[in-house]
Design a protein around this ligand. Structure first.
Ligand code: UDX
Length: 440
């Protein structure tokens, strides 16, 4: 089928390329002419393993094109995906201005009955609102289908072809059947439901995953006080199929463009409906505190005097395999350390430039792990990149002024660190190798 996808960000681009890969003729439309020009040369604006190969393959197969001209794109397509951003507003609610702008463009561009497929994460009730919004501006019949995405950054290409389910929400059976046909090629179970339920499935799924993460982080904090190793606790818990081992990895909390935004938006949705969603408020607060955990430990180790201390950040991306630093713990950590007068050097295989763009000359970007560790008074493990996991322990002792490693992603082994004579703290085990339990 001929399909148009509006928006070539993480969601739109991966969705468009995947639809082309399963055989549809897809035109991805974006207002950013530079981005479109790059995409036409199979250059992706986002770092996503495997995406450029898929772009090139489908352009060469004649199934994938990129354009800035929505009107031309929709002339021979009756299915238009909306995949534009819904960033968060000051009060935490979703900013729908980009969606409304795109919806307006759809209304002004189409020349036939059209099914609008909303991929963007939108507050419950938005799909129904958008259907009216567009229908009031065009004589053609508008159907709307809510099709939230569940892709994870860094593994989006894998997730789009191997997801657990495709959710389709609609109040129009014909549109639902059309979208079932569109998605047949993925061979992924399709869950059909109403508009509001589909919108809520997205928010509730992300909020639940965030809750799992904040829960295991709180258990980790308690283990530091009463004993127990969070890695063992998490493994033992995860063997219960009702709990499951995924999203049960303690660390310095969640970041990214989704969990922080979607938990706040869901809280606002509840508040706007007159419901006080206490649980999600605790999840959000617990995560905020967890992102600063390493700084707390560092302060207690250096008696709150970090002035002039050289601190190495190992990783700044919000997770491995992405260049994305949105809402990452690293940004919060850097801000706090700078405020304490510390000197910051960062290393990240792909996201360093994005962080440099935020802090400029206030931080140093090291080109190698050796360089970031050189003469450091402490090393903070912030992102569990493979190459950070593979650092040889003697590198810490040979390069650092004070071999002190604070492990925010449970990457290293405390017994091996002890043998190597390195002062080591890890979330959820706690004690520094100086055998001074750190109670904070
Ligand atoms: C998330 C959802 O997983 C995905 O379904 C949705 O479509 C978008 O939001 P994403 O934010 O890309 O995906 O990455 P994810 O792998 O979920 O990690 C989110 C954050 O949680 C990262 O900062 C990661 O470090 C953290 N995390 C994840 C943990 O701290 N512990 C875990 O066990 C898992």
């Amino acid at each position: 089928m001929n399909i148009v996808v509006i928006g070539t960000g993480y969601v739109g681009l991966v969705t468009g390329v995947a639809l082309a890969e399963i055989g549809h003729d897809v035109c991805c439309v974006d207002i950013d002419a530079f981005k479109v020009a790059q995409l036409k040369k199979s250059i992706s604006p986002i770092y996503e393993p495997g995406i450029e190969e898929l772009i090139e393959k489908n352009i060469n197969a004649g199934r994938l094109t990129f354009s800035t001209d929505l009107k031309a794109a929709v002339t021979d397509s009756s299915i238009v995906y909306l995949a534009v951003g819904t960033p968060q507003k000051q009060d935490g609610s979703a900013n729908l201005e980009y969606i409304e702008e795109a919806a307006m463009n759809i209304a002004q561009s189409i020349s036939q009955d059209t099914v609008v497929v909303v991929k963007s994460t939108v507050p419950v009730g938005t799909n129904r609102y958008l259907k009216k919004f567009i229908q009031n501006k065009t004589p053609y019949k508008i159907s709307i289908v809510s099709n939230p995405e569940f892709l994870r950054e860094g593994v989006a290409v894998k997730d789009v072809f191997h997801g657990d389910r495709i959710v389709l929400g609609a109040d129009d059976d014909i549109a639902l059947e059309q979208l079932e046909a569109v998605n047949q090629g993925f061979q992924i179970p399709i869950f059909k439901t109403g508009l509001e339920s589909a919108e809520m499935i997205k928010y509730a799924s992300n909020a639940f995953l965030a809750t799992k993460i904040s829960f295991i982080n709180e258990i980790a904090n308690i283990c530091e006080k009463v004993g127990g190793d969070i890695r063992e606790v998490s493994a033992g818990m995860g063997m219960d199929h009702r709990i499951g081992s995924s999203f049960l990895q303690a660390g310095i909390g969640y970041g990214g463009s989704c969990f922080p935004k979607d938990t706040l938006a869901l809280n606002q949705i509840a508040k706007n409906s007159g419901y006080d969603f206490k649980l999600i408020q605790s999840v959000i607060q617990a995560n905020k505190a967890q992102q600063l955990k390493l700084v707390k430990v560092l302060k207690s180790h250096y008696n709150s005097d970090l002035k002039g201390k050289q601190i190495a950040l190992l990783g700044v991306a919000f997770k491995p395999e992405t260049d994305d630093i949105r809402e990452a713990a690293s940004e919060v950590i850097i801000k706090e350390l700078l405020w304490c007068g510390a000197k910051i050097s960062i290393y990240d295989p792909v996201a360093a430039a994005n962080m440099k763009a935020v802090f400029g000359e206030e931080i140093h970007v090291a080109e190698t792990i050796e360089e970031v560790l050189y003469q450091a008074d402490a090393a903070l493990v912030v992102t569990e990149w493979d190459e950070i996991k593979k650092i040889k322990l003697e590198e810490f002792s040979s390069q650092m002024k004070h071999p002190l490693v604070l492990d925010g992603r449970l990457v290293f082994d405390k017994d091996q660190m002890k043998k190597a004579g390195i002062s080591y703290y890890s979330i959820g085990t706690g004690e520094l190798q100086l055998n001074e339990p750190v109670y904070i």
